[in-house]
Design a protein around this ligand. Structure first.
Ligand SMILES: Nc1ncnc2c1ncn2[C@@H]1O[C@H](COP(=O)(O)OP(=O)(O)OP(=O)(O)O)[C@@H](O)[C@H]1O
Length: 238
């Protein structure tokens, strides 16, 4: 396993005993380096759990995960945190921005933590590309949910992590902003992008859609169109 992201026979349970829920069951999936994959499936099918396990934010009960050729289960917590900081980007609604920092400080943070100097011009350009040039000095609490999401996208654009995980990146955006945000993600073609979404139009921006149902892979669609994605979702929800 040289690069990209790979899950091999991953099983994950939440809770214990009689209340335990099997969120993922024997999931094997390969996200090639530089590919853009959308994950779809009915509510509760395990999409967020898959993303959390693939990103090293949660540990599988069985199976293994590789990111960029590194097996996460073989790393200690400190090494895993370093890998997340240096080569993984997140565009998550609830795992996003530090509340005490301004938008531009949040955008620059991953590079600063990696010891790099970040020209303010570059930070402003990243914010401008998501339409937030006039919000650079606002803190997250002063931004709407959609604007916070766009700050997270600007951060990914600037730091260009090798692997980017996005959970509903367009969920809080209007149609035009969503289309722009997806085009920006799409332009990051040297990165491996794994995006969970409920939106067939958003999913159609990916190279491939992987479907989950009841914690298992239920199919995939290469070169997706919104119509084909919606038809598959309808079938899975029946
Ligand atoms: N912390 C938790 N404790 C107990 N059960 C959990 C926990 N997190 C998730 N689950 C359960 O695991 C299953 C998969 O959840 P997950 O959030 O991965 O699904 P999802 O496909 O992302 O759902 P949605 O589309 O509704 O966000 C669900 O049945 C959910 O109720």
């Amino acid at each position: 396993m040289e690069s990209g992201v790979e899950l091999r026979d991953v099983t994950k349970r939440h809770g214990r005993g009689a209340a335990a829920v099997v969120a993922l069951e024997g999931v094997t999936a390969h996200f090639e380096r530089g590919s853009f994959t959308a994950i779809m499936g009915p509510s509760g099918s395990g999409k967020s759990t898959l993303l959390q396990c693939a990103a090293g934010l949660d540990e599988p009960d069985a199976g293994a995960v590789w990111v960029g050729g590194v097996e996460l289960g073989r790393l200690g917590e400190a090494a895993r945190a370093r890998l997340r900081r240096e080569s993984i980007g997140f565009v998550f609604q609830a795992f996003n921005l530090l509340p005490a920092l301004t938008a531009e400080q949040n955008v620059a943070l991953p590079l600063r933590l990696a010891g790099r100097r970040v020209p303010r011009r570059d930070v402003r350009a990243a914010l401008a590309s998501v339409g937030l040039e006039d919000r650079a000095t606002h803190r997250p609490s002063e931004l709407s949910g959609g604007q916070q999401q766009r700050v997270a996208i600007a951060r990914a654009l600037l730091s260009r992590p090798a692997t980017l995980f996005a959970d509903e990146p367009t969920g809080a955006l209007d149609t035009t902003s969503a289309r722009e945000a997806l085009a920006l993600l799409r332009a990051l073609h040297d990165q491996t992008i794994v995006m969970v979404t409920h939106d067939a139009v958003a999913a159609a921006h990916a190279d491939r859609v992987l479907f989950l149902a009841d914690g298992r892979i239920a199919g995939e669609l290469p070169d997706p169109t919104p119509e084909a994605v919606a038809a598959t979702m309808t079938r899975l929800e029946q």
